[in-house]
Design a protein around this ligand. Structure first.
Ligand code: FES
Length: 262
């Protein structure tokens, strides 16, 4: 883990809500893996004082170019500050932090289900899965088609994308379960990876139990220190029938799908 001043390469508008930040970083920062995150020190927008660093999951990484990428939604003082960054500016990043996804080489057909900011967390999986020889069927959920992000990244790696949106009434748990049952029936689901929706995570937990399919979930949680010291990110998990508390920033944010209480 390093804390350093990365140099902003681009910080562009993706759609009404999301921005895409690309920054040049050290070799060490560029070792970040899918599911890990960085703590970003956000610039101060006029009249506002973001107090804590903001946890930001890794959207992309290029160890050769020494670049990290983040996809963020402008929602408060911190992300309004990030939105002010321009090419050549410096941004204070601390990371990579946490435990990311572990892709079992035996998984050849992964079903990835993401919604909202969770779509950013799942994005780097496409490349990692391809390198592992696995195919991903990505169910990407958003309020409307214009807010779907990451679809292109999955498609560029030859993965299958199924878009599900509120505006088209396709994102409900019943429809998602129907789609996933179809994939299981066709032998196209030997693992689940998910982030961004408790409802859809519960659907996958049910199916994981019914069909004995393994999986991992990246949990989204308010954080302060991001390095395991303050205990503000503690969540409960069911480990073999025993309720155990764990720090999302330190023990996760990626956990066994069947153990997470969501
Ligand atoms: Fe401080 Fe997790 S954010 S322990």
């Amino acid at each position: 883990m390093v804390s350093e001043l990365a140099v902003v390469i681009t910080n562009e508008v993706v759609n009404d809500e999301y921005r895409h930040l690309v920054a040049r970083c050290s070799k060490q920062a560029a070792t970040a893996a899918p599911g890990q995150f960085f703590q970003l020190l956000c610039p101060q927008p006029p009249g506002e004082t973001p107090f804590l660093r903001r946890p930001m999951s890794l959207y992309g990484v290029d160890p050769v170019k020494q670049q990290v990428e983040f996809l963020y939604k402008v929602t408060g003082a911190g992300t309004r500050g990030l939105d002010m960054l321009q090419s050549g500016d410096r941004v204070d990043i601390m990371g990579p932090l946490g435990v990311g996804f572990t892709l079992n080489p035996a998984w050849t057909n992964i079903v990835a289900v993401g919604r909202g900011a969770g779509l950013a967390t799942l994005a780097p999986l496409a490349k990692a899965a391809k390198e592992n020889g696995a195919h991903v069927t990505a169910l990407l959920s958003a309020r409307s088609p214009d807010l779907l992000v990451s679809a292109e990244l999955f498609q560029r790696q030859g993965m299958t994308v199924i878009s599900i949106t509120d505006s088209e009434a396709t994102s409900g748990p019943a429809n998602v379960e129907r789609i996933i049952r179809g994939l299981i029936g066709e032998g196209r689901c030997d693992a689940f990876i998910t982030c961004g929706s408790s409802r859809l995570t519960r659907v996958q937990q049910r199916l994981a139990k019914e069909f004995a399919i393994p999986g991992q979930v990246a949990l989204e949680q308010q954080m302060a220190c991001g390095i395991g010291l303050c205990y503000c990110c503690v969540r409960d998990f069911n480990i073999d029938g025993e309720i155990v508390s764990r720090r999302v920033c330190w023990d996760g944010p990626v956990f066994d799908l069947r153990e997470a209480l969501v």
